[in-house]
Design a protein around this ligand. Structure first.
Ligand code: NDP
Length: 331
């Protein structure tokens, strides 16, 4: 097995020299265990933010879709695919029953997804899809006719959130970093999409949300989030999902003080981590699978190639290269 070990804390953007690639011999598998070979590895923004909390050197964390190549567990036969938080490594031995949660997601036997690629187990039918599903359903609980604003809207989570919003009969406005991404969001059915790098955010909000915002799905944090919360209706809900605008910063970000908006508009602002719903994981996968099959959820992927290009892929998403979910095809 080959694996990435993080040997230096990130300073600014992640660099290849922050990691070392190690080879390791894996033992024979025991009763109940499976041996998997990674097919797709995930790169996600949290990888940049979370590693600060680990003692170094440490194996790099992350999700993957992997093929079962040896099994001593009847429920996990050779040839099937699983998704799991196995980290940045080519081969893994695990026991799905005795240690089902290695990280942010359970080890899941993937259903047949054809004609869709198996990599959807890292996107629409995986952790980002469930982040969108539970974030909307449990934190925003929008009613038909309400307006939802989404930042990071063209990414894996944001593009999915907007489409669920449309399924629920809401008006959806999104903010993304290029004009091409905004065109894509309109193809997905977003009512308005704005390039946050060139648009005046207040003007965009007046144009896109004349009845103001009821629900805000916040993927980025920072100044734009303060502006959006200032444009919300009374009793609005804010799902604080991520704060990618500051992940590469070494100092704490400076943001406008939000408390007056929260108090006077009586907003409900709630941070969440998708692993709050590990016990309902299958519910999210099933709902997203149904919408996918009905053609109500569409997706794009940005596929990087090669195990040796993991760092380029991680840097790529932090620079905004991806539309939809970014994955690395291992071979
Ligand atoms: P994305 O697919 O959205 O990829 C990241 C995107 O973020 C980039 O494409 C880029 O798009 C945008 N971005 C990068 N830098 C900035 C910046 N400075 N300001 C604004 N946008 C920026 O990632 P995900 O969909 O996987 O994740 C989206 C957010 O959700 C992240 O904050 C992530 O940490 C969080 N998350 C949280 C989870 C939870 O359990 N709470 C679970 C999963 C994700 P652009 O071109 O638009 O700038």
């Amino acid at each position: 097995a080959r694996k990435y070990v993080l040997t230096k804390y990130f300073q600014g953007e992640p660099k290849k020299s922050d990691f070392r690639i190690f080879e390791e011999e894996l033992p024979e598998i025991k009763d109940g265990e499976i041996l998997t070979e990674a097919e797709y590895l995930s790169v996600d923004p949290y990888m940049r933010a979370y590693m600060i909390g680990y003692k170094l050197p440490t194996d790099m964390i992350g999700g993957q879709v992997a093929k079962i190549i040896a099994s001593r567990n009847d429920q996990y036969p050779v040839g099937k695919y699983v998704a799991g938080s196995f980290g940045w490594r080519t081969h893994t031995i695990c026991n799905p029953k005795s240690s089902p949660y290695l990280g942010f997601m359970p080890i899941t036997l993937l259903p047949d997804m054809s004609p869709h690629p198996i990599s959807l187990g890292l996107g629409v039918l995986g952790m980002p899809g469930n982040t969108a599903y539970f974030g909307v359903k449990e934190i925003l609980y929008p009613k038909a006719g309400e307006t939802i604003a989404i930042t990071g809207a063209a990414g894996a989570v944001g593009s999915h959130v907007g489409q669920i919003g449309k399924i629920l009969g809401c008006r959806v406005i999104g903010f993304a970093g290029t004009d091409e991404k905004c065109e894509y969001l309109q193809e997905l059915g977003f009512d308005h999409a704005f390039n946050y790098k060139t648009a005046n955010i207040k003007t965009a909000l007046r144009e896109g949300a004349p009845n103001r915002i009821d629900c805000y799905f916040d993927n980025v944090g920072g100044e734009i989030s303060s502006t959006i919360m200032g444009h919300m209706n009374k009793y609005g809900r804010v799902a604080v999902c991520g704060s990618i605008s500051s992940y590469n910063d070494t100092a704490l970000p400076k943001v406008t003080i939000l408390q007056p908006s929260i108090v006077f508009k009586e907003l409900k602002v709630e941070g969440f981590l998708v692993n709050r719903w590990l016990d309902r994981w299958d519910e999210g996968i099933k709902a997203n699978m149904n919408w996918l099959q009905e053609g109500k959820i569409k997706y794009q992927e940005k596929v990087y190639n090669g195990f040796d290009n993991m760092v380029e892929a991680l840097v790529g998403i932090l620079r905004g290269e991806n539309t939809g979910k970014a994955v690395v095809k291992v071979k």
